[in-house]
Design a protein around this ligand. Structure first.
Ligand code: NDP
Length: 327
C-alpha cells in the first residue's frame, strides 16, 4: 500500500456520491500527513459517472490511462431502494457485475497496486444467525428483494480471492452498515430511513403538516456516519493488505431505534408540529445487527462520532442545501 516515498494516485470511483464526498471531505480537512489526511506523496482523484460509464470496458480503460491510479477506492454502484431493486433485478445484477468486473480487471491489467471495493451488510444471507460477521457473507441466499444487487456485490469478494490466488493481486473489500451524512440521497420513495425521515420532517415543518413515521418506531438499526466511514476506508487503503473483507460499523450496542432517530431529527430540525407513528405500516425486520469485532481488533480502537452530533451536522447540511440535494 502507499508509503511516504513513492508517488501514489488514489482514484475514487463513485466519488460524487454520499461516501465519495465524505472521503473527499476528510482528505481535504484532516492535517496533511496525519493518520487520515492526505500524504505528501498522494494525489486523490474523485470521479462520477459523467467522467466514465464504468459499465463500459473501454471507458474504464480510458479512465485508468488518464489518471494512472496506483490505488483505487471503488464505490461506484447502481444503488436504490427496495422498490427499484425489486422491479429491476436483472439491471441491478448486470450493471453492478459489469462495473465491478471492469474496475477489477482493468486494475489487474494496469498493475494497480491495490483496490478496496465496497460491499454492504444488506447483501448478507436473509436466513442467518445474528450478529452478522464476515464469515457469514456467502452462507445462504440474500433477501429476495435485493437479489440482483446482493449477488453482484458478493461476486466482488469472490473475484478478490480469485485475483489474489491466480495473480497475487492486493484486492479487498469494506462492508459498511447503513450510511448517512451530507450529500445523501433524500428521495422520498427510494432513500434509506435517515435521509427519508429528514426529508419528511423538513416538509412537515415547511408546510405545517404532521410528521408521520411509518411503522411502530421500535425496529433497531445500525448506522455509520459517512465521515467516520471515510476515515475507515482511508485506514483500510493504507493498512489492510489482506483479501479478507471488514465490516465497517459502530458496535452492536450502538443500535438505534427508528423512534430514537425520528426524535433526534425532530430536535435537530426544531420541528414543533404534530408527530406520530403510523402503526398500520409494516416494520420490516426487528433487528439485523452486525459485529465490528474484526475492525476493532485490526484498527486497535476508533472514535466514532456521537450519533446526535453526526445527525445534527447532516440535518444542517440538508437544510442548507435543500435546493441542490438529491430529493
Ligand atoms: P451514491 O448513490 O451516493 O453514489 C453512487 C455513485 O456511483 C455515484 O457517484 C454514481 O455516480 C456512481 N455510479 C453509479 N453508476 C455508475 C456507472 N455506471 N459508472 C460510473 N459511476 C457510476 O451511493 P453511496 O455513496 O451511498 O454508495 C457508495 C457505495 O457504498 C456503493 O458501492 C454502495 O453499494 C455502498 N453502500 C452504501 C450504503 C448506504 O447506506 N448508502 C450502505 C452500504 C454500502 P454519479 O453520481 O456521478 O452518477
Amino acid at each position: 500500500s502507499s508509503n511516504q516515498t513513492e508517488m501514489a494516485v488514489v482514484l475514487v470511483t463513485g466519488g460524487r456520491g454520499l461516501v465519495g464526498k465524505a472521503i473527499e471531505h476528510i482528505i481535504n480537512t484532516e492535517p496533511i500527513g496525519s493518520k487520515f489526511g492526505k500524504l505528501p506523496n498522494e494525489t486523490w482523484v474523485f470521479v462520477g459517472s459523467s467522467e466514465a460509464d464504468l459499465r463500459d470496458p473501454e471507458q474504464t480503460c480510458k479512465l485508468y490511462e488518464k489518471y494512472k491510479p496506483t490505488h483505487v477506492i471503488h464505490l461506484a454502484a447502481l444503488v436504490g431502494g427496495v422498490y427499484r431493486n425489486m422491479k429491476y433485478k436483472l439491471t441491478f445484477l448486470r450493471d453492478n457485475i459489469l462495473i465491478n468486473d471492469n474496475i477489477l480487471h482493468t486494475a489487474y491489467t494496469h498493475k494497480t497496486v491495490k483496490v478496496v471495493s465496497c460491499l454492504s451488510t444488506c447483501i448478507f444471507p436473509d436466513d442467518i444467525e445474528y450478529p452478522l460477521d464476515e464469515s457469514k457473507l456467502h452462507g445462504g441466499l440474500p433477501h429476495s428483494s435485493n437479489f440482483g444487487y446482493a449477488h453482484a456485490k458478493r461476486m466482488v469478494d469472490v473475484q478478490n480471492r480469485a485475483y489474489k490466488e491466480e495473480f497475487g493481486c492486493n484486492f479487498t473489500a469494506a462492508i459498511p452498515t447503513s450510511v448517512f451524512g451530507p450529500h445523501d440521497n433524500h428521495d422520498l420513495e427510494n432513500a434509506h430511513v435517515i435521509p427519508a425521515l429528514m426529508h419528511r420532517c423538513y416538509l412537515a415543518k415547511k408546510n405545517g403538516t404532521p410528521f408521520v413515521v411509518g411503522g411502530s418506531g421500535r425496529p433497531l438499526r445500525q448506522f455509520i456516519f459517512s465521515w467516520d466511514l471515510a476515515k475507515l476506508f482511508i485506514w483500510m487503503l493504507r493498512n489492510h493488505d489482506d483479501v479478507e473483507p471488514i465490516i465497517l460499523s459502530v458496535a452492536e450496542e450502538e443500535e438505534m431505534s427508528v423512534k430514537e432517530i425520528a426524535d433526534a431529527i425532530v430536535k435537530a430540525m426544531g420541528f414543533e408540529g404534530e408527530y406520530s407513528f403510523d402503526t398500520t405500516r409494516s416494520d420490516g425486520q426487528f433487528r439485523k445487527p452486525a459485529s465490528n469485532k474484526r475492525l476493532l481488533e485490526l484498527i486497535g480502537g476508533f472514535e466514532f462520532t456521537p450519533f446526535e452530533q453526526a445527525l445534527d451536522l447532516s440535518v444542517k447540511w440538508f437544510m442548507e442545501n435543500y435546493e441542490t440535494a438529491r430529493t
